[in-house]
Design a protein around this ligand. Sequence first.
Ligand SMILES: Cc1cc2nc3c(=O)[nH]c(=O)nc-3n(C[C@H](O)[C@H](O)[C@H](O)COP(=O)(O)O)c2cc1C
Length: 328
Amino acid sequence: MAGVSVQAFRRQGRRFGAGLVCSEMVSCAGLAHRNERTLGYLTIASDEHPLAVQIFGSEPGPMAEAARMVEAAGADIVDVNFGCPVRKVTKTGAGATLLESPDRACRIVETVAGAVSVPVTVKLRRGLEHGSRACLALGPRLVEAGAAALTLHPRSARQLYSGRADHHLTAELTALVGVPVVASGDVDSRERALELLGTTGCAAVMVARAAQGNPWLLAEIVDGPRAEPTRAEVAGELLFFAGETVRELGERRATGFLKKFYGWYLGRGRFPKPFKQELLRLPTVAEVERRLLAAEPAAAAVRDRLLAGAAGVDEVLLRLPVSAHGGG
Ligand SMILES: Cc1cc2nc3c(=O)[nH]c(=O)nc-3n(C[C@H](O)[C@H](O)[C@H](O)COP(=O)(O)O)c2cc1C
């Protein structure tokens, strides 16, 4: 998720049992030169593997070049974005627009797959318009062009995130292609994950929004039902996440970036509403940390344990810009 899946988020996902995590969208060189607004650079750490790095663009050549850079930086999978519905991206011919330009989409996948030796996968939506079934025509062609797996988010680009993902399409797609299909969209409980795995033929499920501030869901999906996290666990996890994010993004950017996470962590009845409002008004991350520790002193031990576990991890900075515009 653009604007969410920073390194701290991806590593957290791995810690809680995700089999594979994916980077934010990385702008391929061509777009970068056209002043695509970027949020910074991608950093990869050794404990993120297996890691997919997602690239987007509209031209096969620059996409292949980006794929080579991504592979050189250590990505285990290059994922191509054919799902982003944001106008800034679609108007350049990238993202979900490619669902309606099948020849170009196939050329991109073929060129990218020919440029790297790691698997190349594609993330797509159902199509551009309500009710579109474009993914079913395009999916098999993408596989022929070299896609090693497909992730389907069966909403149209026009829908953005409204309505429900129609996983009947996921079942139809899995019947059409001989590669693994990953189901994305509204996986927000263990029951839903098991239902999709049992009824659509998908090889895996992808959790996006439901993991925001709730990595415990991942453990529940993987390992089975578990008790709700304690307040100390929630606050400790948030403290660690905030610290990692400051290290990654710098204090200034992290301050704004983290604000949406306070509600995600502290909501769900875990902390009283006014407490979140109070954190949102604090001007620095350091003050948020102090306030959290005052409210939940046992969180310090949780955070310290997480810090000890994260020590000594190698990191590679990938000189490819992370896009400010995302979605899929
Ligand atoms: C804020 C946000 C940013 C997203 N950015 C991307 C992206 O960069 N690439 C992508 O393939 N999907 C992106 N998505 C889509 C998600 O990967 C996922 O397919 C979608 O949210 C449906 O799954 P969910 O119901 O589990 O959230 C984004 C979603 C959100 C909410």
